[in-house]
Design a protein around this ligand. Structure first.
Ligand SMILES: Nc1nc2c(c(=O)[nH]1)N[C@H]1C(S)=C(S)[C@@H](COP(=O)(O)OP(=O)(O)OC[C@H]3O[C@@H](n4cnc5c(=O)[nH]c(N)nc54)[C@H](O)[C@@H]3O)O[C@H]1N2
Ligand SMILES: Nc1nc2c(c(=O)[nH]1)N[C@H]1C(S)=C(S)[C@@H](COP(=O)(O)OP(=O)(O)OC[C@H]3O[C@@H](n4cnc5c(=O)[nH]c(N)nc54)[C@H](O)[C@@H]3O)O[C@H]1N2
Ligand code: SF4
Ligand SMILES: [Mo]
Length: 677
């Protein structure tokens, strides 16, 4: 007789939804991975990509990494032999020791990011690198750092946003540069329609995606014109007396320094430069300015050359209308773990870091250059990411990864485009194979990730791999050896969970607090002045203008198109591209342009085209869509170069230009020409 049981767990991908999962286990083996009917977001269904991949490649022993591998051929050719953990770890440890003694620990780099967002598997390895004194490639620089820095300087922190449960208390929801229909599919399907019962929905995005289709008003601006559009909306609110003068007087620094510029703004000029009709700007201002209003600022919007200025300009909307500190109001970027009490210094054991004058982090934008330079990089650990697909300067980076003298250790669940360069590939257990905690970055919830099956083959969780490596290095520090159950109990205490892990595991997900979270309710902002800082010296110290600027990028010249590469519906960053059924849905790598742009170039739908700029060339299939505005080429991120005919993805075109803040990426400012192949 087969033994059948069901186990609840949580999807730990980098996704707003943090879906509850029910796993059917037969005879100790995972037989089916389904959505949890009790989970408020998932409501019994997984997104299409996870439904395929979790029941496909993730369960396929032949496709997973199941034992440590040592390289036997040239880098990039994926020739490996299986070795024991002991052999792999003792060789890695002794080579690391030589590097630390000769070149210094700072020449050991590690990159990590979104592979898993569960708290232990996403953070614990950093304890080891802190102890070593290694250099971290700052993960947020490839995603959302400009936005985090801008919001922190303006409001005091960037990870304490509105509670989505307060959607029922609002009259207007403005979604600015996020695409829930792709990046938060259950929020799109369940939350947006719910909020729409009470409130007007406005979307600001160059692309008319499915969430924009659902909106009462879609402001389809030209990419990179957000700051001017934000100023124009504030101008109308000022003109129509929708400004909260009392809030500005008590809680804001610097309004006086931009007020006149706001009053003098030429609305017709702003309309023509942003591409948004004047009447739509006025309508958005009236709806947002009248109500209690929420604003959800996506992560795609700030990936541009002046992304920091964009974020602080968009931040003016809740500031001038006093839409902060009360239910039905607020701004959400992401509700990160510190907002639920997680002590990230403890989690990452930053106290173990040896004192040093050298920077502890570098930007992803500089990674390829640093890896070319042996004086700056002797060893590289890649874990929880796939840099050969997701990082800028793809061609240059892949060339640098071929360096024979670079000790490269890659941890992953699957062989990827990045692991093929590694000297050692270490098999990571999947999220179904160990206990962990997950804090959604949208909802204020606490979720258990539960061990459903034993780690496949000889794979081990990230945290277990780094405990073993610490032992191999002879590191005795207690934080490097803490066990998962102890860490989880400690975390639950930190966040004030009413129940222990065992009970949480039975429930799956619980609310962090019974009552709706009302951020900044005491009217005090954790900035130096205690107020919202539109202007302050910290902006100048960061190399920014003292006040936000109503800037707008000019449209590309010389028939170039602005390349946007946001999230793909069928992929999670580059994850799932190796699932056969996902690959079938994806089809060939594609660029979408407006039919007018194709006509101008005498190009036809379905033909192969070259997208080219000074950084690289990409060969893709052409598709036409009037959801994409003129002047834009849409190429979603996440393809595996090795699985594509052109052996590259959109990051082949990415020069790694930095935004104005946080050394963060400006990938949505890329320009390229599109021609017949
Ligand atoms: N052109 C362009 N490029 C972009 C973006 C863009 O908008 N445009 N977006 C950027 C953004 S926002 C981000 S966040 C980055 C994301 O880029 P990455 O963080 O590189 O994300 P993935 O490509 O999904 O790689 C995650 C890897 O972790 C592995 N993994 C999963 N679980 C585990 C685990 O438990 N342990 C280990 N060791 N590995 C695991 C997966 O198999 C996968 O190979 O990409 C950036 N790149
Ligand atoms: N299916 C799926 N879901 C994902 C991911 C994935 O790869 N696939 N990735 C995850 C990760 S790492 C992240 S960071 C989040 C990101 O999810 P989001 O926060 O939704 O960000 P993006 O999808 O990168 O981009 C959102 C929107 O920004 C728009 N945009 C681009 N340029 C501009 C501009 O100049 N102005 C304005 N206003 N908008 C602009 C794009 O058109 C896009 O519709 O999604 C997560 N969820
Ligand atoms: S990736 Fe997002 S939508 Fe898909 S199952 Fe995971 S949490 Fe849900
Ligand atoms: Mo991201």
């Amino acid at each position: 007789m087969t033994e059948r049981k069901t186990v609840k767990t949580t999807c730990p991908r980098d996704c707003y939804d943090a879906c509850g999962i029910v796993v059917i286990v037969r005879d100790g083996k995972v037989s089916k991975v389904l959505g949890d009917p009790d989970h408020p977001r998932a409501q019994g269904v997984l997104c299409a990509k996870c439904a395929l991949a979790y029941n496909g490649v993730w369960l396929d022993e032949a496709r997973r990494l199941t034992q440590p591998l040592r390289r036997t051929g040239p880098k990039g050719q994926a020739s490996y032999v299986p070795v024991s953990w002991e052999e792999a770890l003792s060789d890695i440890a002794s080579r690391l020791q030589v590097i630390v003694d000769s070149a210094g620990a700072h020449t050991v780099l590690h990159t990590h990011y979104t592979g898993t967002c569960s708290l232990l598997a996403g953070n614990f390895p950093t304890r080891f690198f802190n102890r070593l004194g290694a250099t971290e490639v700052d993960p947020d620089t490839v995603c959302n750092k400009a936005g985090h820095d801008a919001l922190r300087m303006m409001f005091g922190n960037s990870f304490y946003g509105f509670d989505p449960r307060t959607g029922e208390d609002t009259e207007c929801l403005l979604v600015w540069g996020a695409n829930p229909s792709v990046s938060a599919p259950h929020v799109h399907k369940n939350w947006l329609p719910e909020v729409k019962k009470y409130a007007k929905l406005i979307v600001v995005d160059p692309i008319r995606h499915e969430s924009a289709e659902m909106a009462d008003l879609h402001l389809q601006l030209r990419p990179g014109t957000d700051a001017l559009l934000a100023f124009a909306i504030v101008h109308v609110m000022q003109r129509e007396l929708l400004i909260d003068d009392a809030f500005l007087a008590c809680h804001v620094e610097g309004w006086d320094e931009i007020k006149n510029e706001v009053i003098d703004l030429d609305l017709d000029d702003a309309s023509s430069r942003t591409g948004v009709p004047r009447g739509q700007i006025e309508q958005a201002a009236r709806w947002y300015g009248a109500g209690r209003s929420l604003i959800w600022v996506g992560q795609g919007v700030q990936r541009q050359a002046r992304g920091g200025n964009v974020m602080r300009s968009v931040g003016l909307l809740p500031t001038v209308t006093g839409n902060l500190g009360r239910l039905g109001s607020g701004l959400l970027y992401m509700n990160a773990p510190p907002a639920r009490g997680v002590d990230t210094d403890w989690l990452n054991a930053t106290q173990l870091r040896p004192a040093s004058d050298l920077p502890s982090t570098v930007s992803h934008m500089d990674l390829a250059g640093i890896l070319e330079d042996a004086t700056r990089s002797q060893a590289l650990f890649t874990w929880n990411n796939n840099i050969a697909a997701s990082s800028p300067e793809q061609g240059r980076l892949r060339e640098a990864l071929r360096r024979e003298d670079l000790l490269h250790v890659a941890l992953d669940v699957f062989p990827t485009d990045t692991t093929v360069y590694a000297d050692y590939v270490l098999p990571a257990a999947s999220f179904l194979e160990f206990d962990d905690l997950l804090l959604s970055y949208f909802d204020y919830t606490i979720s258990a990730q539960v061990m459903v099956a034993h780690p496949m083959g000889k794979s081990a969780s990230n945290q277990e791999i780094f405990r073993r490596l610490a032992t191999a290095m002879g590191f005795k520090d207690e934080p490097l050896h803490e066990q998962d159950d102890v860490l989880l109990a400690h975390l639950l205490t930190q966040i004030g969970s009413p129940i222990p892990f065992s009970e949480l595991a039975a429930k799956g997900t619980i609310s962090w607090r019974e009552a709706k979270v009302n951020c900044f309710e005491n009217g005090i902002f954790p900035t130096p002045s205690g107020k919202v800082e539109i202007a302050s010296r910290q902006w100048e110290s960061a190399g920014m203008p003292r006040v936000p600027q109503p800037w707008a990028d000019d449209p590309p010249e010389n028939a170039l198109l602005r390349v946007l590469s946001p999230a793909d519906k069928w992929l999670m960053n580059s994850s799932y591209a190796n699932d056969t059924r996902v690959a079938a849905r994806l089809g060939p790598q594609t660029v979408w342009v407006h039919p007018q742009e194709a006509a101008r170039r005498a190009l036809n739908a379905g033909e192969q085209v070259l997208v080219r700029n000074e950084t690289g060339t990409l060969s893709v299939r052409l598709a036409l869509s009037d959801a994409v505005p003129e002047g834009v080429a849409l190429i979603p991120k996440g393809r595996w170069p090795s699985l594509d005919g052109s052996r590259a993805n959109v990051n082949a075109l990415n020069p790694g230009r930095k935004s104005d803040l946080g050394e963060s990426c400006a990938v949505h400012s890329i320009e390229a020409e599109v021609t017949r192949a």
